[in-house]
Every structure is written in C-alpha cells, then in structure tokens.
Design a protein around this ligand. Sequence first.
Ligand SMILES: [Cu+2]
Length: 383
Amino acid sequence: MSRTSRAAVRVTTVIGAAAALAACTSTAPPSGGDAAGGGPIAVTAADASCDVAAAEAPAGKITFSVRNTGSKITEFYLYGTGDRIMGEVENIGPGLTRDLIVEVPDGGSYTTACKPGMVGDGIRAPFTVTGSATRSVDENTRLAEATTGYHRWVTSQIEALVPKTQEFVDAVKAGDVETAKALFPVARTYWERIEPVAESFGDIDPKIDGREDDERDAGVQFTGYHRLEKDLWVDGLQADSPAMADQLMADIRDLQSRTATVELTPVQLANGAKELLDEVATGKITGEEDRYSHTDLWDFKANVEGSQGAVASLRPVIDEKDPTLGPVLDERFAAVDALLEEYRVGDGYRLYTELTDEDKRRMAEAVDALGEPVSQVAGVVTS
Ligand SMILES: [Cu+2]
C-alpha cells in the first residue's frame, strides 16, 4: 500500500491507484484536449496554498502541470464523487514540476487537492468538467488490445493470489507460524504486482494492506497482511488471529470478484506502472512496508514486475508512437532486475535489515532511473 493511500485511509475511499475506473473503456484517443485553452493547467502547490489556474476543463484528457513552490514534498489529486481518485501524482519534491495526465470521460463536479507533506485531506477546490468525451473502443485496436491483455495478466495474478493467500491463511489458523512466515512474502508477491488495480477500488486496499499507524475511523480495525505479519513476527498469534486470517481471505475474494468486471483505460495502466515504482521508493527502499518481517525486497521485485506488466501491455502502442522509448524502458527494467538479483538468496531475497546504506542508495538510484521513462508512458500513449 502506498504512503498516500495510508495517509488518506480515513477518508475511506482512498487509493493510490492510477485513476479510478471511469465508467467506460476510453480507449479512443482523448478528445477533450488539454483544458479549456488547450494547454496543461498550471498548478502552483505551496505549503499552505494550492492554486489551480483553471477551475474547469472539457471532458477527455486533462493535464495538470504541478509545480511545488513549497518546502515539503507534495502530491496532487483529482477526485470524483466520493473521493474516487481519477488520478494522482506523488512525490513532487520542492522546486520540482510534475504532470498529471488524467482521462475524465464524464462531465460533472470534481475536486482538486494538493497534499503538502503527503498527509491529510489536502487543500481542496472544486473543479468542473464539461461535456463528455467520445468513447470509441474500436477506434484504436492496439489500445483496446493493451487493456484486454493487461486485464488477462491481472486475472492470472489473482488466480495465483487466491490459493497462495489461502495457504497462508490456513497456516495461520493451524498455528503453524513457520509455514505462515514462509508463505507471507510469497502470497504478497501476487498482491503487490497488481496493487494499483486493488487501489482503484478504494476500500479494499486499506483492509488488505493497511499499516498499524494508518489513520482509521473510530471502530475500524487494523486488518490484513500486515496485522498478521505483526502477530507472526512480533506479538505471537493472538486469540483473534484466525478471525483476521478469515477476514483477509474474504477481502481477497472480494477483490477477485470486483476485478472480474473492472474496465481499465490505457492511461490507468500507464499511471499504475509509475505508481508501483513510487511505491518502491516510498515503501520498500525505506523498509516501511514490511517492518516486522523485513521482506521488503520481495515486494520491491513484485512492484517492478507489476510495472513491467502494465508497460508490456502498452508496448505496441508505445512503439507505434515513440519508437525511442521502448528500448530505454527495456534497459532500465533490466538494470533494476540485475541489481535485485545481487540480493537474491534462494527463492527469496536478503532481509531489509541486512542492507547497507549504500545498497539502499543504489536501489533508489536504479528505481529513479526507471521511473523517468515510465513516467513518459502516459503522455506517449495518449499522444
Ligand atoms: Cu503495498
């Protein structure tokens, strides 16, 4: 789960994901253009203000160019009804500018938000989308194939996630701590590969992958993989561990049934690919995600594979639109893979606690170098 998601768990619907699922398969080239005047909408994000240059844009592709003039790392979101995330851009350091490209097919009321310090509900403002964008699934067969192919891949991951998590859950319920510990990072691999899809459903991700220190509404419990991780590694199995295990399984099955009918757009795939790398940077290289088991490198690898899966589905479109980008992506993914191989131990990886600062520095550098071309994918596929 991403830092962002965790920060916003309290608002119930959050999601680090690429964008919420628009009510369509908007595989047509974006028809709305960029904002009212045509260009990107400038957003000036300071520590206590969030100035969005336009409060309205036509439906279709909307680009926000977010400049952080403050002193804290910030994020920018576009929310739909019920805080459904249409798109977000994370980790914008002071002085930096990053673009958020989002496809909004339906006109209506939306909300923009800057989150200086990456916490809380953010500095919000209403944003209106006018008209509606053309939806023509068949217009671009390559894009349609990309989303179909990715959906197939996600389905295959879920088909492995369900039985692996069941084995993990069974081990917890049987009180077999050693087996459960061994299965924990394995089951999570399938989860971490497809997390942006799960995050797009909002409420599932906090239940499955929330952390103990997440903000929660009163009465909402700390559940999911990390709660069981804490039991297994720190507290020992608790009276309610079996119930927690059952709850995790129920939430995973809920994910499975919702994923069956989900429709994803090419922009969501592209943004999800970048999201996963942001997750690596903020959750894994920091050792924050698996703080009790220290199995962060398993998740690291899975996030990279998930990013690669989404990029791979889009590859024919990327090659058609910008033939220079694909080879750069190949090279950077290969570099990250090669680096991670250095930390392999058997079927797994070295524990986070065994990494030196130099190891972490090299990982951060490789992930940054990969993030750069991956962040171009959304723009290329919608060009
Ligand atoms: Cu996660």
